[in-house]
Design a protein around this ligand. Sequence first.
Ligand SMILES: NC(=O)c1ccc[n+]([C@@H]2O[C@H](COP(=O)([O-])OP(=O)(O)OC[C@H]3O[C@@H](n4cnc5c(N)ncnc54)[C@H](O)[C@@H]3O)[C@@H](O)[C@H]2O)c1
Length: 285
Amino acid sequence: MANNLLKGKKGIIFGALNDMSIAWKVAERVVEEGATITLTNTPLAVRMGATTDLAEKLNAKLIPADATKVEDIENLFAQSMEVLGGKVDFVLHSIGMSPNVRKKRSYDDLDYSMLNTTIDVSAISFHKMLQVAKKMDAINEWGSVLTLTYMAAQRTMFGYNDMADAKAMLESITRSFGYIYGREKNVRVNSISQSPTMTTAGSGVKGIDKLLDFAERMSPLGNADADDCANYCVVMFSDLTRKVTMQNLYHDGGFSSMGMSLRAMMQYEKGFDEFKDEEGRIVYG
Ligand SMILES: NC(=O)c1ccc[n+]([C@@H]2O[C@H](COP(=O)([O-])OP(=O)(O)OC[C@H]3O[C@@H](n4cnc5c(N)ncnc54)[C@H](O)[C@@H]3O)[C@@H](O)[C@H]2O)c1
């Protein structure tokens, strides 16, 4: 249901890889709400094709950019302002990748060059994007910038690995840059901490099926899916949230405020045998 919440607004959406991507749903929803956008992803992802289909469907220019490369981001903002006819009103940073997770390196056996890549792609790219935007004065006053994060930044979650460190940094950049960008340009910067969601990045997380199921049962409202997230992004890009900035906004059906539900408590002591050795000691998990 469209309410014209973003009528006349212009934006850039990073990270739509395929129709499961959260950014894909956000792109569709913001256009439905009256915005015009450009889309961006890595040159490799662009060559793979699916994002091109989305660009055609939404009548949006697709501009390749590796978000770890400052010159690519500069080109992206310059081209976007040219195509859209001026400064933008909103940006979605929906990017995450860990080579350690991909290569199944455990957190106590990290490869440090891979860790650098995880942090560069998943956290520092947000700083680069904000710094370029501010230097180019590419975002209108009262513009809104969002990034997507996960609760493992605050609480240890099995299998999230070095992405937890990247997300903690990402949320810190949100606050630190949000202060400066708000003070100088009235631009707001927030992170949305999303439920586990079955996407290409999400499916890399060890045990994602069970995590999804656990979070679904633990959250009073159930998990928020990618469509729910797109709706939340629309509100955060709209003028209805002009004074919200530097926040980490949980969007998880209540999961982050739960300690223990009755159902979880009842289930908890069942089926631990596979994690015990012959002497009954817990060996893993
Ligand atoms: N899926 C989940 O469970 C979940 C939960 C909370 C937060 N998030 C976050 O949501 C965001 C989007 O992920 P998703 O789940 O939609 O998965 P996704 O795999 O669809 O999206 C990740 C995107 O990052 C892009 N990317 C990777 N390296 C890049 C680079 N160097 N430059 C530019 N783009 C690059 C990929 O091409 C892809 O489009 C990520 O930040 C992710 O951590 C996901």
